[in-house]
Write a protein that binds this ligand. Structure first.
Ligand code: FES
Length: 505
C-alpha cells in the first residue's frame, strides 16, 4: 500500500479482468442464445455461468473505478474525483475515452438491472437492452485503447487483440446462427399452416420398462437414427397413437442427453383410450408418431426452488432437477399413496440425498402440509400433480412464486353461462360461435390453420393471438396474467368477455 503505484496496479489489473469477464459474458450469452454447442451444453449452467460472469464483471468494473478514485497521483495531477469518475466529459484528462468508459458503466448497470427485473418487464425490452452488451464491449475497447497509460506495451496489445477478436467472433456467430434460427422459425410458422402431419416424426419404442405400479416408461429413439430435437426442462411431447388418439406426456430425464426421448405413462382409471392403448398395445420395437417437444412449464432462473410432485406429476419435474447445477439450492416434496405407485422414487432419493422428502400415505399416514410449506418458503414453487393439490397451492402461494402444470384441467366454469361469441380472423372472415360450441371447433370448420390436441385447455396446442377484444380464460395452461401479458388465448375452452374477439395464429 506504501508503493505510490499500488492503486495504479489495482486499476490496471481490475480493468483487464473486468474486460476479460465482459468478453466471456458476451461469449456465454451467445452460446446461450444460439445453443451452438447444444449437443454438449446445458442451458441451466450456461445461464448460471453467464450471470456469475456478468455480475463479477460489474464488480471488477467498480473496483477499477474505485482504485482510480483512490490513486493519489490522479487526484493530485489530474484533479480526478467522483464527478470526473461518473459524469461524462467532466474530466479534462482524456475526456472522450473516459466518457466512453462511463457510458459503458451505466449501460452495464442498466443491462444487469434489467436482468434482475426480467420477469417484470416486457421480454422485448429486456432483449433490446441485452443487445446493448455488444455496444458496451465496443465502448470498453475504445476506452481501454485510449485511456490507459500502458496501451503501447506488448502484453496489453496481445490481451486487447485477443479480447476484441473473441468478441467479434461472438457477434459473427450470433448473426449467422441467429439468422438461421429466424429462417427455421419462419419455416416452422409456414409448416403450421400445413396439415399437422408434416410436423410429426416417427420414433421407435427402444425400451419399455415398468417404473411403478400402473406406470410404464418408454424410451423413444428416431426411426432414422441420430439425435432427438432440442428440448428444455418442463417440455412435453404429443404422441399420435395408432388408434387415432393424441396424448401429451412430459419428457423425463436430462435435456442435455439427446440420444432419446423418455416418457412415463400412468394407466388412468378413467382412460379414454390413450394410456390404455400404450399400456396394453404399444410394444418395444414398434413405431409411434410424435409431434415436436413443446414447453409451457419453463424453468425460470431462480436462487431457490421448491418442487412439489403428486404421483405421476413427478414426470414434469425430473428434467428440471437434472438440468440444475449441483450447487443450486432446491428441494423436492414427493407425495403419493404408496412407494409402489411412485415412479423414480428410489432413484431420486439415492441421486439427490438430503434434497428429496417422500411422503407415502401408506407409510406415514395423514396429509403432508405441502401448501403451508410452500406458502412459508421464499422459493419459486414448481408443482405438478392432482387438481386438489394444485388448487391448495394456488390458494396459498402468491402467483409470482407459483408455477403449475396440470394434467387434469381445473374446473373454471362454475357460475359461468356460455354466451355466443363473434370471432374475426384476418383473411378468413367473421364467425358466430354458438354457446354450445367451442371457438376452436368453429374455426376448424372454417378452415383456420389452428389445431387442438387435448381440447381441455391443458396442452396449449391451440394457442391463438388476441388482436382485439377481451378473452375469458377458462384453460389451465398458464396463469391468466401470463396469457394476457403475452396476448394469447386457448380457444378449445376459453370464450370472450367482450362481444367480439379478433384472433390470429
Ligand atoms: S387443445 Fe389443448 S389447450 Fe387447447
Amino acid at each position: 500500500m506504501n508503493d505510490p503505484h499500488f492503486w495504479w496496479y489495482v486499476s490496471r489489473a481490475s480493468a483487464i479482468v473486468a474486460w476479460s469477464l465482459l468478453t466471456a459474458t458476451v461469449l456465454w450469452g451467445v452460446l446461450l442464445s444460439t445453443r451452438v454447442l447444444r449437443a454438449a451444453d446445458n442451458p441451466a449452467w450456461l445461464k448460471d455461468l453467464h450471470r456469475y460472469l456478468s455480475g463479477t464483471a460489474i464488480v471488477m468494473t467498480l473496483v477499477h473505478v474505485g482504485s482510480l478514485l483512490l490513486d493519489p497521483y490522479l487526484r493530485a495531477q489530474a484533479g480526478f474525483g467522483v464527478i470526473e469518475a461518473f459524469v461524462p466529459f467532466a474530466s479534462e484528462f482524456k475526456p472522450l475515452p473516459l466518457a466512453l468508459g462511463i457510458v459503458a458503466l451505466y449501460l452495464m448497470a442498466g443491462i444487469g438491472l434489467s436482468s434482475l427485473a426480467m420477469h417484470r418487464i416486457p421480454l422485448r425490452v429486456w432483449k433490446g437492452l441485452h443487445y446493448l452488451s455488444y455496444v458496451v464491449v465496443a465502448l470498453v475497447a475504445f476506452h481501454a485503447a485510449f485511456a490507459g497509460s500502458d496501451t503501447g506495451t506488448w502484453w496489453y496489445i496481445m490481451v486487447s487483440t485477443a479480447l476484441i477478436v473473441a468478441t467479434t467472433l461472438a457477434v459473427v456467430v450470433r448473426q449467422i446462427v441467429g439468422s438461421v434460427a429466424a429462417q427455421r422459425q419462419r419455416a416452422a410458422a409456414r409448416a403450421r399452416q400445413m396439415p399437422q402431419r408434416s410436423e410429426r416424426s416417427r420414433m421407435i419404442v427402444a425400451e419399455r420398462v415398468p417404473l411403478a405400479e400402473g406406470v410404464v416408461g418408454l424410451r423413444l429413439v428416431p426411426e432414422v437414427g441420430g439425435l432427438v430435437p432440442v428440448w428444455t426442462p418442463g417440455s412435453h411431447l404429443t404422441l399420435h397413437l395408432a388408434n387415432g388418439l393424441e396424448r401429451q406426456y412430459s419428457l423425463c430425464g436430462d435435456p442435455a442427453d439427446r440420444r432419446s426421448f423418455d416418457i412415463a405413462v400412468h394407466l388412468s382409471e378413467r382412460s379414454a383410450g390413450g394410456s390404455r392403448y400404450i399400456h396394453e398395445s404399444l410394444r418395444a420395437g414398434e413405431v409411434v408418431e410424435i409431434g415436436p417437444p413443446h414447453n409451457r412449464f419453463e424453468l425460470e432462473p431462480a436462487t431457490d426452488y421448491l418442487f412439489i410432485a403428486g404421483g405421476i406429476g413427478i414426470t414434469a419435474l425430473t428434467s428440471m432437477f437434472a438440468s440444475l447445477p449441483a450447487s443450486r439450492h432446491w428441494s423436492l416434496v414427493y407425495l403419493g399413496r404408496s412407494r409402489r405407485t411412485m415412479p423414480f422414487v428410489d432413484l431420486l432419493e439415492s441421486r439427490y440425498p438430503g434434497r428429496v422428502r417422500v411422503h407415502a400415505t401408506d407409510e406415514r399416514g395423514g396429509r403432508y402440509p405441502a401448501a403451508a410449506e410452500a406458502a412459508l418458503s421464499r422459493a419459486q414453487v414448481y408443482a405438478c400433480g392432482p387438481a386438489g393439490l394444485l388448487d391448495e397451492l394456488t390458494a396459498a402461494v402468491p402467483s409470482e412464486r407459483l408455477h403449475l402444470e396440470r394434467f387434469v384441467p381445473a374446473d373454471r366454469t362454475a357460475g359461468i353461462v356460455a354466451q355466443p361469441v363473434h370471432v374475426r380472423m384476418p383473411g378468413l372472415g367473421s364467425f358466430r360461435v354458438p354457446a354450445d360450441r367451442s371457438i376452436l371447433e368453429v374455426l376448424e370448420d372454417a378452415g383456420a390453420p389452428v389445431t387442438g390436441s387435448c381440447r381441455k385447455g391443458i396442452c396449449g396446442t391451440c394457442e391463438l393471438r388476441v388482436l382485439d377484444g377481451m378473452p375469458l380464460h377458462l384453460d389451465s395452461v398458464t396463469a391468466d396474467t401470463e396469457k394476457d401479458a403475452a396476448g394469447v388465448m386457448y380457444p378449445c375452452v376459453s370464450r370472450a368477455l367482450s362481444p367480439q374477439l379478433s384472433l390470429d395464429v
